[in-house]
Design a protein around this ligand. Structure first.
Ligand code: ATP
Ligand code: MG
Length: 414
């Protein structure tokens, strides 16, 4: 089984750098490693300081290969007929061909094609490990957490079958219907997407979130973390990059930034524990090239094995209690091990975040969206799990726009 590690996070936080550093370490330890980037604005080759091919893995160092997935190439290779059909449909409506081709490149499909390439490489038996460096604003997270989206569920498949049947029937009478090649390709794609959806659920795939000790990356990472956990995706590490060193010679200008970062580092611990957190200092220069990446990797992982499954628990989940048609009743469950059951629990809800204080332990998590409009009820702590009750308030049904509920949480109209 090939181990697949996916790095995701906000723009510029260091996904490409950490992905490449991880891959360099894995290759060094003797694993056949492929580092692959699905970001159309590729910078993997720049980070590695080499040129790498866009259609097949390129040797970068002993045991290390790189690939920048070229979605236009993957498109042509897999879906030329589909693209042609969409483009010609648009040009029939008077849209010129180049615009039509642009329109035929659906953004979601880019991500799917890149993930498919990961699956094909993982199943090839050629690699011990694959590291995926994703695009900052991609749909990758959503696709990973909710693979049914990839195939559009059963409805999507049914629609395709019906459409194909209708087209076969109507072709003699109507000329601009897609040809067999279109259906073969889309049919083949649907089949591979089905496989992809299953592949994404395999236990060898984990996700690591990359962030910097700053406000906005922290908030975004917290939301991604809750989302991924709720959907059963395994987040096996949180990577905090570009931490300023504590040094006397930096001067008062940096003292401010150092103390600001210190505050965020504490918040990060409170947000993601017990998931392991790895820290990387801001280096003295940009880590470009194999040697610099290896140094960053070693400083980041220390004695931990970067290819290991670093954590395999689900720290947050949601249980639903209501019957069909009743207002929602939920239990938000948080795993908080190593806390004395007699400790008092204090809970503070601030907008979309929830802070739980249990003795000396503190945790802040982003609430799932479905709970934004719910009132918090009782809670209890048992067997290392804190269970918090939430209820959809029935008066909400009568109110049709956004409103503020007593604890200051905004509720959005459906
Ligand atoms: N620990 C570090 N110390 C110094 N420079 C760093 C560090 N980590 C990353 N950088 C530099 O910061 C810049 C952004 O890093 P990188 O490209 O890895 O981020 P990214 O998350 O992949 O960005 P994007 O979202 O654009 O893909 C690069 O120039 C990189 O060399
Ligand atoms: Mg990048």
């Amino acid at each position: 089984m090939t181990r697949v590690i996916i790095y995701s996070g906000k723009g510029g936080t260091g996904k490409t750098t950490i992905s490449a550093a991880t891959a360099v370490l894995l290759a060094r330890s003797g694993q056949r490693t492929l580092v692959l980037s699905s970001d159309p604005a590729h910078s993997l080759a720049d980070a590695l300081g080499v040129t790498i091919s866009r259609d097949r893995p390129t040797a970068v160092a002993p045991g290390l290969y790189g690939l920048e997935v070229d979605t236009i190439y993957e498109w042509r290779h897999n879906l030329g007929g589909f693209q042609q059909f969409v483009a010609s449909t648009y040009s029939n409506r008077g849209i010129d061909r180049s615009t039509a081709t642009e329109l035929a490149n659906q953004p979601g499909l880019d991500e799917i094609l890149a993930l498919q390439r990961v699956m094909i490489e993982a199943q090839s038996g050629r690699w011990d490990a694959i590291v995926l460096d994703t695009a900052p604003t991609g749909n990758t997270l959503r696709l990973l957490a909710y693979p049914e989206m990839i195939i559009g569920g059963d409805a999507g498949k049914k629609f395709f079958r019906v459409y194909r049947g209708l087209a076969n029937f109507a072709r003699p009478f109507k000329r601009d219907l897609p040809e067999d090649r279109f259906f073969d390709e889309v049919g083949g794609l649907l089949e591979r997407m089905d496989q992809l959806a299953n592949f994404l659920l395999s236990p060898e795939i984990t996700l690591r979130l990359v962030m910097n000790p700053e406000k906005l990356p922290l908030l975004e990472t917290r939301r991604a973390y809750t989302f991924l956990n709720l959907y059963g995706m395994l987040v096996d590490a949180v990577m905090v990059n570009k931490i300023l060193p504590v040094r006397q010679d930096l001067g008062p200008y940096f003292d401010y930034w150092v103390s600001l970062q210190r505050g965020y580092l504490q918040e990060i611990d409170a947000s993601f524990a017990p998931t392991p957190i790895f820290r990387t200092l801001l280096q003295e220069g940009e880590p470009i090239g194999l040697a610099a990446l290896e140094a960053v990797g070693r400083a980041t992982f220390g004695s931990a094995d970067p290819g290991a499954l670093l954590f395999d628990e689900r720290p947050i989940w949601l249980e639903q209690w209501n019957e069909e048609g009743e207002p929602g009743r939920y239990e938000l469950c948080l795993k908080l091990p190593f806390v004395d059951e007699q400790e008092t629990v204090e809970i503070a809800r601030q907008g979309p975040d929830l802070t739980v204080m249990l003795g000396r332990a503190q945790r802040t998590i982003a609430l799932p969206r479905i709970l934004y409009g719910c009132a918090m009820g009782h809670h209890h702590y048992e067997g290392g799990v804190l269970r918090l009750e939430f209820r959809e308030s029935t008066e909400l049904d009568a109110v049709d726009t956004t409103l503020t509920v007593p604890d200051g949480c905004r509720v959005e109209a459906a």
